[in-house]
Structures are given as structure tokens and as C-alpha cells.
Write a protein that binds this ligand. Sequence first.
Ligand SMILES: Nc1nc2c([nH]c(=O)n2[C@H]2C[C@H](O)[C@@H](COP(=O)(O)OP(=O)(O)OP(=O)(O)O)O2)c(=O)[nH]1
Length: 148
Amino acid sequence: MIEAVVVHIVQGNKILLHYKKRGHGAGKWNGLGGKIENGENPEECAKREAKEEMHADITNLKKIGIIKFYDVNNEDWTVYVFRAELLGEPEESEESIPKWFFLRDIPYENMWEDDKYWLPLVINNINFSAEFWFEGENMKKFKIEAWK
Ligand SMILES: Nc1nc2c([nH]c(=O)n2[C@H]2C[C@H](O)[C@@H](COP(=O)(O)OP(=O)(O)OP(=O)(O)O)O2)c(=O)[nH]1
């Protein structure tokens, strides 16, 4: 099982998304994040990824969800989902391009297929746990449990 984090920054009526240039999920918009490295906890990973991916820091991390993805290109992932606040100005990096979107204009058609089911929960501060079953990069079935 690969462990990773995804962090979403929501300010007012906007959300900061990142266009991923390479690796897993290249060509899609996503929160910032990546794989947890040896010896790191999810919060430490989130802060390191923020620096690497957009050359800015994050603070006030709040864990909102946990997601299991089964059989995405033959791999299983556990992803910890956070909300956080931004310190400084996000910049383009080798990994991605940051961009603010109005909440009513989230580009779900250019994101992972599962995101439309759980990103609204993140935006509304609703805790959740979810499981998504894939075949390649196509979602086949899912289960979500949410609580306030
Ligand atoms: N929103 C969303 N994020 C996902 C899904 N599946 C999935 O792995 N992710 C996230 C978890 C990670 O933050 C990120 C993939 O990790 P990564 O960016 O380190 O992958 P990579 O192949 O580029 O790895 P690396 O070489 O840079 O270590 O994508 C999904 O279905 N929706």
C-alpha cells in the first residue's frame, strides 16, 4: 500500500489547485501532495510537499478525510486528505502549476474521476472516509462515509 497526502487550500470563494506536469496523475488538476517518505508523518509530508511543489508554506493543517484507492494501475493507495492555510505566494515548480479557481468553476472534468464525490466534503469541512475501486485510471465503484 502506497501512502500519500493531498492538501486543499480554500480561501473565501476560491480554491488553489495545481496542474500536475509529471508522474502519477500528470495532466490533471489536483490539490498539492505526494507520497509519504520514510520516517515522515502525514503532516510533515504535507508541509514538505507544499515547499517543493509551490515554494510556499502551509499552516493550520486539519485532517478531513482518508481515502483508499484500489487497483489504480495495479497499485493500492491510502491518501490522507487535509485542509490548510497558505503562507506566501504559490509559484510554479518542476512538478506543477498553481492556479486559483472559483468554487463554482472547479474543473472536475480534468481531475481524477473520484474527486467530484469527496472534494465538496473538504470544501464544507465535513469529515469522511472513502474507498474507490479502479481499473487502470477508470473508477469502477465507490463507498463514502461522512460525518460532521
Ligand atoms: N485528488 C486525487 N488525488 C489522488 C488520487 N489518486 C492519487 O494517487 N492521488 C494523489 C496522491 C498523491 O498526492 C499524488 C500522487 O503522488 P506523487 O505526486 O508523489 O506521485 P509521483 O508519481 O509524481 O511520485 P514521485 O515520483 O514524485 O514520488 O496523487 C485521486 O484519485 N484523486
